[in-house]
Design a protein. Structure first.
Lengths: 368, 289
């Protein structure tokens, strides 16, 4: 029996081999390539890059393959790799008004400058299984309008803002570098930039449920989709030796600018307020949920009562990270027999005391 | 190069010695120095994602990675045993990324990383005991908010903990807390000793070894310097006491050590053996000689 306990090292080695074998699956089926994952499971790649806080489609695809399609495991793999990379500096803030948008919609106005552009969306699909994909998923190339690289879609929020109807975005703290939650510990209360970082890498399911809870009355803030846009934006970087920005990359992002009612306060007239969501790749559900929760977390700043989970900064930020949550929930699989033994000892002692008392009571009763 | 580990596949080069980059190690060492300077105070640090999951010892691993050097000898235990799966996994990790010598013998080790136990063998000057900590905040289950507990520590306002121990006595006739039993360090900070059984609490007091506590997920490091007072909380009329067994170890016969209980057949027949495998083995070897 004790030998079984000692077999740890060999057992682990075998478990690792077995996992690698199961990952590959039946050898009769061709092995997945990273390009296939990147191209055909693109939104899995998007999610892993977003919550893994690392924009690299190839590495995200590798993580998904290695994790057998378990996306939280893939996010973990990518983050553990990312954290070892040297940090050269910060990029300039991306400017989403310069986005070459593949999709852009607003639900607050019937038409907006630049128009409503549906782009590739699940929104109007009938959720009927397409059995033709079972046999052969080949599709003719979809017709698209010629890309007008010069086309700029003005942000709907900016238009409302000029009228004073919508609060301006918070001013950038000039000269103050924003705390990086992947390098510094999270301290509470957190600034909005820190909160947005935490939400951006927060678990999509957790944020979705919290955002949903605000819609059902737990911290409702009457949201409208001011705008959702998806497309490529340039990334600029200022190398110290040059002193001016150069474009180093282009990344796909999804941005959601949520417009919310606000009754006004003592000092501020009624106006609309913003909740903001941003994710790598095409991830509208995530960006929208993030925007709802961002707005809910601004309750205190806007002098609203903080009564619901989604408005509670400490509750949301301490539990939104799925790599942390997954690890701590699953650590219960580790041996706990020392703690359990201590509990056994005390519970037995407590039970013995109760039994002794009951026996004594029975004796006393019999004696009377 | 024996100091680094070549990464498979992607060809992005090698990991640094002991996995963490030198900048990160420096940041962790600063946090450790601060923790040693203020015994029992939880120092926030920029915890990194480690290649092992949160909750599985990432805090202890980061502390060990920041202090380990080529001359060190590492021992890793989980539940007192060197051969439990997670201890094996962490030991293998350091053998791989730091190329250090490992041992199962408490007295040979310069660094001992542990989960849930303090070795039975007395530690000596120069040894470092690294604890893996799941929830560093001793007041967390009484007050879930970090912003609140920080204030309570700052003001040394520990009434809520005393009340919870008193409530336990009122309900059960004794303090029914059995592991993660709160301690007062250096007469100032209440500290979680991590989920060690209270049996081990007396060993923390004025221990010659340096005790470092790492909580990875919660991003906190705290410490007890050598020979520092560590007092388990109690009341004058309900003094602190530790677990006792009526049985002795079935392998080495010890009546002094913390015993694990094993169920050996379908009728629930039990057998008790030392949780500290090295201690037990040393005793058995001694008896054979």
């Amino acid at each position: 029996m004790y030998v079984a306990v000692k077999g740890g090292e060999t057992a682990i080695a075998h478990a690792l081999e077995l996992l690698a074998d199961r990952r590959r699956g039946s050898r009769d089926v061709p092995e997945l390539t990273l390009d296939q994952i990147d191209q055909q499971l693109a939104q899995s790649v998007d999610r892993v890059m977003t919550e893994g806080s690392c924009y690299d489609r190839q590495l995200a695809a590798l993580a998904i393959k290695q994790a057998r399609g378990d996306l939280i495991e893939a996010i973990f793999l990518l983050r553990a790799y990312r954290t070892t990379l040297p940090r050269f500096g910060h990029s300039e803030p991306i400017d989403t008004s310069r986005m070459s948008a593949e999709r852009r919609i607003s639900s607050t106005f019937k038409d907006v400058p630049g128009g409503q552009v549906l782009g590739p969306t699940f929104d109007y699909t009938h959720r009927l299984l397409d059995f033709s994909l079972m046999a052969n998923g080949e599709r003719p190339t979809a017709p698209t309008a010629p890309i007008d690289a010069a086309q700029i879609f003005p942000r709907v929020g900016d238009i409302l803002e000029r009228e004073g109807m919508l609060e301006p975005p918070p001013p950038a703290d000039a000269g103050v570098s924003t705390q990086d939650i992947t390098r510094d510990p999270l301290t509470l209360p957190a600034s909005r930039p820190v909160r947005l970082q935490a939400l951006a890498r927060g678990d999509e399911g957790f944020l979705l449920a919290l955002g949903y809870s605000t819609q059902r009355g737990y911290g409702n803030n009457h949201p409208f989709v001011g705008e959702i846009r998806f497309g490529a934006v340039p990334v600029s970087f200022v190398p110290e030796e040059l002193g001016f920005p150069i474009e180093i990359a282009e990344i796909d992002v999804t941005e959601c600018d949520m417009v919310n009612q606000f009754a006004g306060s003592h000092d501020v007239p009624p106006q609309f307020t913003r909740g903001y969501g941003l994710a790598f790749g095409h991830a509208e559900r995530k960006a929208m949920a993030m925007a709802l929760v961002d707005r809910a977390l601004r309750a205190e700043e806007l002098s609203e009562a903080v009564i619901s989970p989604a408005q509670d900064e400490e509750f949301v930020l301490a539990h939104s990270d799925n790599v942390e949550a997954s690890g701590f929930v699953q650590h219960l699989k580790l041996p706990h027999y020392v703690d359990f033994q201590s509990e056994l000892v005390v519970v037995r002692a407590l039970r013995a005391e109760v039994e002794a008392r009951q026996q004594q009571a029975a004796l006393d009763q019999a004696a009377e | 190069m024996p100091d680094t580990v070549q990464q498979n596949g992607h060809g992005e080069g090698a990991y640094n010695y002991a996995y963490l980059d030198e900048q990160t190690k420096r940041m962790i060492r600063r946090a450790i120095l601060k923790a040693v300077a203020v015994p029992g105070y939880q120092v926030p640090f920029g915890g990194r994602e480690m290649p092992l999951p949160y909750g599985w010892g990432t805090g202890g691993i980061q502390v060990t990675a920041a202090i380990i050097g080529r001359d060190d000898t590492l021992k890793v235990i989980d539940q007192g045993a060197d051969d439990t799966t997670n201890a094996v996994s962490i030991r293998r990790f350091f053998a791989r990324v730091a190329g250090v010598a490992t041992t199962t013998r408490t007295e040979e080790a310069t660094i001992i990383q542990t989960r849930h136990r303090v070795p039975e063998t007395s530690l000596k000057d120069g040894q470092i005991l690294v604890f893996q900590v799941p929830i560093p905040e001793p007041l967390r289950m009484l007050e879930p908010r970090e912003t609140e507990t920080r204030t309570l520590h700052a003001l040394c306002e520990y009434g809520v903990m005393q009340v919870s121990l008193y409530e336990s006595i009122a309900r059960h006739g004794r303090i029914a807390k059995t592991y993660n039993y709160p301690v007062l360090v250096n007469g100032r900070y209440i500290m979680s000793p991590s989920p060690i059984p209270k049996f081990d609490n007396p060993k923390l007091d004025r221990n010659p070894a340096l005790q470092l506590y790492g909580a990875g997920r919660e991003k906190r490091i705290y410490a007890v310097p050598p020979y520092t007072s560590v007092k388990s909380l109690d009341f004058e009329d309900h003094p602190f006491e530790i677990e006792r067994w009526t049985e002795c170890c079935a392998l080495c016969g010890s009546t002094e050590s913390f015993l694990d209980e094993m169920i050996v057949d379908d009728t629930g027949k039990r057998r008790f053996i030392c949780s500290d495998t090295d201690y037990c083995q040393e005793r058995q070897d001694g008896q054979r000689r």
